[in-house]
Design a protein around this ligand. Structure first.
Ligand code: GLN
Ligand code: MG
Ligand code: MG
Ligand code: MG
Length: 442
């Protein structure tokens, strides 16, 4: 525990905070916010702030809509930027029902519930994310475009352009918010960037991802740019992923490391990989939750297509970065930044734990470039593919009891319902590609 209730009140007073934003996430990972003047902070910290849960996507019906916010004091931060309303701070909240029980549809609760499962087996779950995003220009009318400011590529140092100075300010703002930034660089696509922050326990990391996206958007706007986490905003160039570097620790020691193994991985690690591979298809509905997510999961852009793992190669679903010892981890490469970080980590953990509990052995690693393998070679090696569309992913989700249980009834039902509707809407839409292909031909 970092802060007590009293610490938060004292800090708010010391720094002259005038407004406090009480933040939480809906089931789609969209940040919601109730703002209170600082005079209400004490009441908020006593868990007395109510809101209407029926107006939040995927929460509850009107008849049962009174819900409570319970701020987590450890998430208290003062925003480094100033607005007309003076100094502002935020607290991330858990959602509780009127009767004082935790709300099953709160994604933060879903993650906590799964972390509890890990804890029963003696494990702490640590995650370091790598968020990618594009910075695009807005036109004279303020409309969003997909035009970028720069022509730079991977690790390039653009001549000081809007993109680079925006990224620098994102990094310094994140630092002021307590983030430990490990790397920030231009990505492969023109106008594409990546900022990596230090791993932490999964709950902190999921909170951090929410804060990260907020900061990136705000700072981009300040620079006259639009930041998008859309997985594949432009056809033919790299998409944006959110790789998740995951490890388990037991008694403070990395449980994925075993120096006596030929590649330094423990049995726990192999089983964890086995579990992820087993549940990969169903998990994809959560880690890649929008129609556009599946335009990223195609060959040729360093995004995974096949359900395989490797210690060398960047094309499969799971890569094992070279570091060993306490840094031993596995990198799950499918998630994209439109996924709800709480749910994405909850299902990844549940899949891995299933592997550990049921002693699931993963298939052998695939060290050749699988993008270059044909259908027959893949079949011979028993390598399956990730779902090719949101619809396929939802069908897989419906079949997977472990992933359904990880989500809980409420989130599973609401998520599936909303995503089926999203797919049905997309399915009947006539795209530019179809017009280009068929309008003159038929
Ligand atoms: N942009 C790639 C993706 O879609 C990842 C590129 C990388 O970080 N090596 O996942
Ligand atoms: Mg990276
Ligand atoms: Mg990257
Ligand atoms: Mg990576």
């Amino acid at each position: 525990k970092k802060y007590s209730k009293e610490d938060v009140l004292k800090l708010a007073n010391e720094y002259g905070v005038e407004y406090v934003h009480l933040q939480f996430s809906d089931i789609f990972g969209v940040m919601k916010n109730v703002s209170i003047p600082v005079e209400e902070l004490n009441k908020a910290l006593n868990n007395e702030i109510m809101f209407d849960g029926s107006s939040i996507d995927g929460f509850v019906r009107i008849e049962e809509s009174d819900m409570y916010l319970r701020p987590d004091p450890d998430t208290f931060v003062i925003f480094p930027w100033r607005t007309n309303s003076g100094v502002e701070a935020r607290l991330i909240c858990d959602i509780y029902n009127y009767d004082g029980t935790p709300f099953e549809g709160d994604p933060r609760y879903v993650l906590k519930r799964n972390l509890e499962e890990a804890k029963k087996l003696g494990y702490q779950f640590n995650v370091g994310p790598e968020c990618e995003f594009y910075l695009f220009l807005t036109d004279e009318k303020g409309n969003l475009t997909t035009i970028t400011q720069d022509d730079a590529s991977y690790f390039d140092m653009a001549p000081v352009d809007l993109g680079e100075s925006a990224r620098k300010e994102m990094v310094s703002t994140l630092k002021q918010l307590g983030f430990q930034i490990e790397a920030s660089h231009h990505e492969v696509g023109p106008g594409q960037h990546e900022i990596d922050f230090k791993y932490d326990d999964a709950l902190t990391t999921a909170d951090n991802v929410m804060t990260f996206k907020m900061v990136v958007r705000i700072i981009a706007q300040k620079h006259g740019l639009h930041a998008t986490f859309m997985p594949k905003p432009v056809f033919g160039i790299a998409g944006s992923g959110m790789h998740m570097n995951m490890s388990l620790t037991k008694d403070g020691k990395n449980a994925f490391y075993d120096p006596s193994d030929p590649i330094g991985l423990s049995k726990v690690c192999y089983n964890y990989i086995g579990g992820i591979i087993k549940h990969a298809k169903a998990m994809t509905a959560i880690t890649n939750p929008i129609v556009n997510s599946y335009k990223r999961l195609v060959s040729g852009y360093e995004a995974p297509v096949n359900i395989a793992w490797s210690a060398r190669n960047r094309s499969p679903l799971i890569r094992i970065p070279a570091k060993r010892g306490e840094s031993t981890r596995i990198e799950l490469r499918s998630p994209d930044p439109t996924s709800n970080p709480y749910l994405a980590l909850a299902v990844a953990l549940a899949a891995g734990l299933d592997g550990i509990k049921n002693n699931i052995t993963p298939p052998p690693p695939v060290n050749a470039n699988i993008y270059h393998m044909n259908k027959e070679e893949l079949e011979n090696l028993g390598i399956e593919r990730l779902p090719g569309s949101l619809e396929e992913a939802l069908n897989e989700l419906e079949k997977d009891e472990v992933i359904k249980e990880a989500l809980g009834d409420h989130v599973y039902t609401k998520f599936l319902e909303a995503k089926r509707a999203e797919w049905d809407e997309y399915k009947i839409y006539v795209t530019q590609w179809e017009l280009d292909q068929y309008l003159s031909k038929f």
